[in-house]
Design a protein around this ligand. Sequence first.
Ligand code: MRU
Length: 362
Amino acid sequence: MRIDGRDYRTIWLDPDGRRVHIIDQTRLPHRFETKTLASCEDAAAAIANMNVRGAPLIGVTGAYGMALAAWRDPSDAAIESAHALLLATRPTAVNLRWALDRLRALLLSAPVSDRVSLAYAEAAKIAEEDVAACQAIGRAGAELIDKARRGDRPVNILTHCNAGWLCAVDWGTALAPIYAAARQGIPIHVWVDETRPRNQGASLTAFELLGEEAPHTVIADNAGGHLMQHGLVDLVIVGSDRTTRAGDVCNKIGTYLKALAAHDNNVPFYVALPSSTVDWRIADGVRDIPIEERSPREVTHISGRGADGTPIEIQLTPDGSPARNFGFDVTPSRFVTGLITERGVCAATEKGLQGLFPDLAG
Ligand code: MRU
């Protein structure tokens, strides 16, 4: 996708073929900076500190983290310890485990002398697969947006968090259909939930949509229900960090409340995800998906740009008030109208997912 007229992906390999570059998402939208990852520890820190974030991108960064580890030491012990280090960074997005398991299985079954080149090739393959999956999600989702057209007025789509190209390698998941629809000339307007506490909507989704010249409006997280009651939302599209084989969807905290409001107002609620986000081992998302709890400081404080342009952080809560910071919630499948995947749209049910992915469902 484009920034200042130049095409970028969120992660790319240095010309040395070993070090990895990322866009530092903690600096957006006010500063565009990149970071270099030269070791597995750098990759783990970038995931934990959310320099990179979003389920597909966490998976790809994990894969490159394994490659960086193999570059330093391709032994079995080093590969096992890199897998453990990277897996411990963030617990909810299943794409991370999926990518790490894939690299570990490949490397441990290969001769030690081949492991470095195999690791980099596999990480690049995962990245390319992600781009292709997101493009296919875009095509499938754009058809839904087209069907939601009513006369000449723009289709109003509400989204939560950032599930655009910054959450993946390119294109994104929930925003891919929006980008595809806009390129097809379908008039759209996006309601962007600010997405407290880290404000990925206000900072990252708004930044992306601005770059794509896509009409959008940032709203407080609590505004969605009101907009739906007044007919101002035609459909909701969000991403997912982990979806169970029965179609329960885990996504950024606050997604569940949007699904409830959509259900009450007969607004279609779609979830866009590549198959790497499906956890085929579990069915009950509320019971079985680990929910990340992050530092309370992300709730008690807020950061942004000061009047003089410098980054600032300010405190919102009184000294001494305890806070808790749950990163994700689970929307039960009964509130999900459909899943938009790289193989098309299906019901958020075991049967629906099995129908599209008989090779993965087991
Ligand atoms: O905490 P984050 O910013 O990594 O959370 C990201 C989300 O919740 C996205 O909506 C999710 O990863 C889906 S994007 C494929």
